[in-house]
Design a binder for this molecule. Structure first.
Ligand code: GTP
Length: 597
C-alpha cells in the first residue's frame, strides 16, 4: 500500500465509554470479522481483563476499507486505558497520526479523557472528537459537547455522533478517519527505524514485537538491532494483526505490524525502543524512550515457606510477559523468605497478584504497598529506597525525597469543598480549578504518590457518589520530612515492621500498628511493652498486661474435652510463633500489621 492510503489511529476513552464496542464496530464495518466470529473472538484477549470488565490492552488490528474508489489500510492501535500505563499510552500514541476521542454522551468528559487527550495533543495527533451512546434516551449531547469545548478546546463543529452499539454514524466516522487523519510520513529509502510500542511472549515463537515502521523496511531474514540494548537478531517472521497474527512478506515505512526473531526474553525488548537494520543502522533512535520504572513496591511472601521455590518460578513466568514488573528475593524477620516486587501502580499490582493466585496454587501474603523514595546521603550519593529496610541511619541522611504526582479530578461542583479538604489532609498543594459547566469542575493538585495510592480513589468515589473521576501523572521527586518509624517489642526492634512515614503522621501510624500488635500477641508472665520509635525517640507506646491466671481457668467446670481443645489449639499456634527477645509473637501479628487492609 502506498503510504497515502494508510491511516494509523487509536481510540482514547474513559473506562466504559465504549472503546471495545467501537473497535468491534470497526471490525464489522470493514468485514474483518463477521458477527458470528465476533462473539467467539473478542478483541481483548486476557481473561482477567474480561472478568474485571475493563480493557487494559486491546490487540492492534489492520483493517482494509474501500472509500471513494480506493482501498485504504487502517491500523487501529489501542492505548491501555489506565493511569498505571501512562508511558505505554505515550508510545502507542507515538505510533499513530490520529486519535478518536470517544466520550460517553451521557457521562460526559472524565479525568482519564482529559489526561489522554492532552497526551495525544502533545504528540501532535489529529483528534477526531466523537460522542458515543447517542442511542441512549438519557444522552445529553449538547451539554457534553460544551464540556469538550471547555475542557479540551474542541471545535463543536467537528464532533461526530455515533452509537457503537447499533452502528449508527459509522459511515461518517470511517470517512472522518480517512479524510481528517494525515497519512504517515517517512521514507522507504531511509535505513530502518521501527518503534516498539508493545510486545507479548509466545511459547513457540518467542517474543512477538509490535512495531510501527517509521522509515525503511522490515523483512524476514533481515538482521536487526535493538538500539537501546544493542542486541541483534535475525527476523524469522513478519506480519499484521487481522486480528490474528497473519504473515506477510515485509512491512514498509508507515505500516504497523509485528515481527519475531527467536527472542527468548522480554528483557531485550523494551517498549519505546527503536529497531534498526544491523548492517545499515539509522544514525539516531526515535525520541521519547524511557526505562520502565516501577513506582509501587510491596513484599510477596508464601504463607508456607516450602512454597518459596514455586513462587520464584511463578514470578519468573509472569515476568516473561510483563517486563515492567520486577522482583527480588528478600528475607523478613516475621514473614520468612519472599520477594520485594515492583509495580507500575496499584492496578498493575492487583492484576499481578490475581494472576499469581490463579496460575500457581500458592497461598500468598502481600504486604502493604510503599512507593519508591530517594535519599541524598551526606557523602553526596543518592540511593533509591524500595522499602524501609533500605533506609540508611538517620545520621547519614541529608535529604529524604518522595515521588510527587499531579492529580486531576473531574467532579460534580457541589463536592469541590470536600475533595479540597481531602487533598489538604493528604499533603496536597493546590494547582488550579476550572469549571467545565456550572455543575462540573476540574480540580488539579500536586500530591505525594504515597498519599494517593492507598485509598484516595475510594474516598473520591464515596464523596462524589461515584460521579468523580481522577487521573495522575508522575512529575518528580521532592524533599519531604520523612522518617523511618521502628517498632519495638519489649525493647527489641523488629525490622519487618518498620515503615516510612511523614513525621507529622508518625505518632498516629505508630499507635495504629501497636494496637493491631497488642490484639495479636498473647499475654506473657510479665508486662510486654510495645513501642514505636523514630531513632531513639519513642513516639507511641502500648502495654500488654501480664498474665494473672492459668489459661485453662477460662474453661468453667472441669470439661476435659474443652481443655484438650484449648491445649491443641495452643500447640498448633506454637508452630508459628516467633521469638523476639523474651516475647513470643505469632505470625498472625506480622500479617495483621503488614497486610494491606
Ligand atoms: P473498558 O474496557 O473498561 O475500557 O471499557 P470500554 O470503553 O471498552 O467500554 P465497552 O465497549 O466495554 O462498553 C461499556 C458498556 O457500554 C458496555 O456495556 C457496552 O455495551 C455499552 N455501550 C458501548 N457503546 C454503546 C452505545 O453506543 N450505546 C449504548 N447504549 N451502550 C453502549
Amino acid at each position: 500500500t502506498p503510504t497515502f492510503q494508510i491511516r494509523n489511529f487509536c481510540i482514547i476513552a474513559h473506562i466504559d465509554h465504549g472503546k471495545s464496542t467501537l473497535a468491534d464496530q470497526f471490525l464489522l464495518k470493514t468485514g474483518t470479522l463477521q458477527e458470528r466470529e465476533m462473539r467467539e473472538q473478542a478483541l481483548d484477549s486476557m481473561d482477567l481483563e474480561r472478568e474485571r470488565g475493563i480493557t487494559i490492552r486491546m490487540h492492534p488490528v489492520t483493517l482494509y476499507y474501500t472509500y471513494g474508489g480506493r482501498e485504504y489500510e487502517l491500523n487501529l492501535i489501542d492505548t491501555p486505558g489506565h493511569v498505571d500505563f501512562h508511558y505505554e499510552v505515550s508510545r502507542s500514541l507515538a505510533a499513530c497520526e490520529g486519535a478518536i476521542l470517544l466520550v460517553d454522551a451521557f457521562q460526559g468528559v472524565q479525568a482519564q479523557t482529559v489526561a489522554n487527550a492532552f497526551l495525544a495533543m502533545e504528540a501532535n495527533l489529529k483528534i477526531i472528537p466523537v460522542l458515543n451512546k447517542i442511542d441512549l434516551p438519557q444522552a445529553r449531547p449538547e451539554h457534553v459537547i460544551a464540556e469538550m469545548e471547555q475542557a479540551l478546546l474542541i471545535d463543536p463543529a467537528e464532533v461526530l455522533r455515533v452509537s457503537a452499539k447499533t452502528g449508527l454514524g459509522m459511515d461518517e466516522l470511517m470517512a472522518a478517519v480517512i479524510e481528517r487523519i494525515p497519512p504517515p510520513q517517512g521514507s522507504v529509502e531511509q535505513p530502518l527505524r521501527a518503534l516498539v510500542y508493545n510486545s507479548h511472549f509466545d511459547t513457540y515463537k518467542g517474543v512477538v514485537v509490535y512495531v510501527r515502521i517509521m522509515d525503511g523496511q522490515l523483512r524476514v531474514g533481515q538482521k536487526v538491532r535493538f538500539m537501546r540494548t544493542g542486541r541483534e537478531f535475525v527476523v524469522t517472521e513478519v506480519g499484521r494483526f487481522r486480528p490474528g497474527m497473519t504473515r506477510c512478506e515485509e512491512l514498509s515505512a508507515g505500516e504497523v505490524g509485528y515481527f519475531t526473531a527467536n527472542i527468548k526474553t522480554l528483557e531485550y525488548v523494551n517498549i519505546g525502543d527503536t529497531v534498526t537494520d544491523a548492517l545499515c543502522p539509522a544514525a539516531e533512535p526515535l525520541p521519547g524512550y524511557k526505562e520502565p520504572k516501577p513506582m509501587v513496591f510491596s513484599g510477596l511472601y508464601p504463607v508456607n515457606n516450602d512454597d518459596f521455590e514455586d513462587l520464584r518460578e511463578a514470578l519468573a513466568r509472569l515476568k516473561l510477559n510483563d517486563s515492567s514488573f520486577t522482583y527480588q528475593p528478600e528475607v523478613s524477620d516475621g514473614l520468612g523468605f519472599g520477594f520485594r516486587c515492583g509495580f507500575l501502580g496499584m492496578l498493575h499490582r492487583e492484576i499481578i497478584q490475581q494472576r499469581l493466585e490463579r496460575e500457581c496454587d500458592i497461598e500468598l501474603v502481600q504486604t502493604a504497598p510503599n512507593v519508591t523514595y530517594e535519599i541524598l546521603k551526606r557523602d553526596g550519593t543518592v540511593v533509591t529506597v524500595h522499602g524501609p529496610q533500605d533506609v540508611p541511619d538517620a545520621g547519614q541522611i541529608q535529604e529524604f525525597r518522595e515521588p510527587i504526582v499531579r492529580v486531576s479530578f473531574l467532579l460534580p461542583a457541589e463536592n469541590i469543598g470536600a475533595i479540597m479538604q481531602l487533598c489538604t489532609d493528604r499533603r496536597g498543594t493546590f494547582v488550579r480549578t476550572e469549571y467545565l459547566s456550572p455543575k462540573r469542575v476540574m480540580l488539579v493538585y500536586e500530591m505525594p504518590l504515597a498519599e494517593v495510592i492507598y485509598d484516595l480513589y475510594d474516598k473520591l468515589k464515596s464523596i462524589t457518589h461515584g460521579y468523580g473521576t481522577m487521573d495522575y501523572e508522575f512529575i518528580g521527586f521532592r524533599a519531604a520530612d520523612l522518617v523511618k518509624l521502628d517498632i519495638l517489642v519489649h525493647g527489641n526492634r523488629v525490622d519487618a515492621l518498620s515503615v516510612i512515614v511523614h513525621r507529622s503522621q508518625a505518632e498516629r501510624r505508630g499507635r495504629a500498628i501497636l494496637k493491631k500488635l497488642r490484639d495479636q500477641i498473647d499475654r506473657h508472665l510479665f508486662e510486654v511493652a510495645l513501642q514505636a520509635a523514630i531513632g531513639s525517640r519513642i513516639v507511641a507506646r502500648e502495654n500488654i498486661a501480664p498474665l494473672r491466671k492459668n489459661v485453662t481457668a477460662k474453661c468453667y467446670g472441669g470439661d476435659i474435652t474443652r481443655k484438650r481443645k484449648l491445649w491443641a489449639k495452643q500447640a498448633e499456634g506454637k508452630k508459628r510463633l516467633k521469638q523476639i527477645g523474651k516475647v513470643e509473637v505469632p505470625q498472625e501479628a506480622f500479617l495483621a500489621v503488614l497486610e494491606q487492609e
